[in-house]
Design a protein around this ligand. Structure first.
Ligand code: SF4
Length: 372
């Protein structure tokens, strides 16, 4: 059975992971730029889902759709796709392909169709699957997040319990290439429960990786309260990155509390100071236009953005109510003229990047979607 993977740049790491998982069961996913063959798989996020909806609905082959959007809104996706993989795909997708190859109807736990759904019976153990195979990907070191930030789909998809790939398995994949980047909701939480850092495990991980390590920078950003003397000393001693990327999201403690971020503005300022003391450039994420942000809250965020941008880099994104999140049914508020003006000026000076004007751009898209 010929199984294709619809190449979408934003889902390139999902392709690397699922390609490796399916290969072990004899399914070799071929990247395509349109549905083809007997089966075509898609991974959609909530920003690009609308772009592929008509293509999937009109496809002449069987279509399987997974990814964050499919997990957040499986019933909606089941209206235009033949099969929806709800949640993690490493175990479920090969089982579904086997069932279809053997003439089944796709009645597999973790798969929704218009007529059937039974949730997956268990979570994926990262060590049970390769990080990547022929298609190089980032090494996912941790899945799941104990936090519950109101705008974020991660805990809804992967749960609140952190699961880590073992040091040996991380090193096995990291050492295949000259440079290693990792995927984690909070890289500094590696080996821990997500609240109590285990610097000993992070150091063991670094020692096991023989080549250049980029840690605490895309796509393994960290949380501000994990930025401390120990974590920065590990980064400066073992890693190649000169920047450290973390989320502040707001300059207002009241907004942070409503977001359930679990840290304060003071934590962010402390993290920025520590980065500067360690000669690391802080790269700090913000979200503007949050539904419960008052004018004063937004101005406080603007003030913090200006302060950080003096020596650091700021990424600003417009709030999007993503399906499946606690803020899914809310509406983004407008930006103040002052906010638009200052963000524009900082962007022109190269101190700020992001998409505060066009939420659809966010961090998911890039101009080229060509198959590599
Ligand atoms: S934003 Fe980060 S810390 Fe918050 S819930 Fe999502 S992954 Fe966890």
């Amino acid at each position: 059975m010929q199984v294709n993977w619809r190449w979408i740049h934003a889902a390139r790491n999902s392709f690397a992971v699922l390609c490796a998982a399916c290969e072990r069961d004899g399914f070799f996913l071929q990247p395509v730029d349109a549905p083809a063959g007997e089966v075509t798989c898609y991974s959609l996020n909530s920003i690009n889902a609308a772009e592929y909806r008509d293509e999937i609905a009109a496809a002449d082959c069987l279509t399987i759709v997974g990814g964050p959007h499919a997990t957040a809104c499986p019933q909606e996706v089941a209206e235009y796709a033949d099969y929806v993989v709800v949640g993690e795909g490493e175990f479920t997708l090969p089982r579904l392909l086997e069932d279809l190859r053997d003439g089944g109807e796709g009645r597999v736990p973790g798969v929704m169709t218009g007529r059937y759904y039974e949730p997956a019976k268990s979570s994926v153990r990262l060590d049970a699957y390769p990080a990547f195979s022929v298609m190089k990907g980032y090494v996912e070191i941790t899945r799941g997040c104990p936090h519950a930030c109101g705008y974020c789909q991660t805990p809804q998809i992967f749960g609140h319990c952190m699961r880590h790939r073992s040091i040996g398995e991380v090193a096995r994949f990291a050492n295949r290439h000259g440079q290693s980047r990792f995927v984690s909701p909070n890289a500094f939480a590696y080996g821990s429960d997500g609240s109590h850092p285990r610097w000993d495990k992070v150091e063991h991980l670094f020692r096991a990786c023989r080549h250049q390590i980029f840690f605490g920078t895309f796509p393994s950003e960290v949380r501000p309260e994990f930025v401390c003397a120990e974590s920065l000393s590990l980064v400066t001693q073992y890693c190649a990155n000169t920047k450290l990327h973390f989320g502040a999201q707001s300059g207002s403690d009241s907004v942070l509390e409503k977001l359930r971020r679990g840290h304060t503005v003071a934590d962010v300022l402390h993290a920025v100071d520590l980065c500067r003391d360690s000669s690391l450039v802080p790269v700090v994420d913000f979200i503007v236009g949050l539904p419960f942000e008052s004018d004063d809250d937004q101005l406080a965020t603007l003030g913090l953005i200006r302060e950080i941008s003096r020596d650091g880099i700021v990424h600003v994104h417009r709030f999007i109510p993503l399906p499946g999140t606690p803020l899914a049914t809310t509406v983004a508020r407008d930006l103040l003229p002052e906010t638009e003006k200052i963000l524009g000026k900082l962007a022109l000076r190269g101190r700020l990047t992001g998409s505060w004007n066009d939420p659809a751009v966010r961090f998911f898209r890039r101009p080229s979607n060509d198959i590599p």
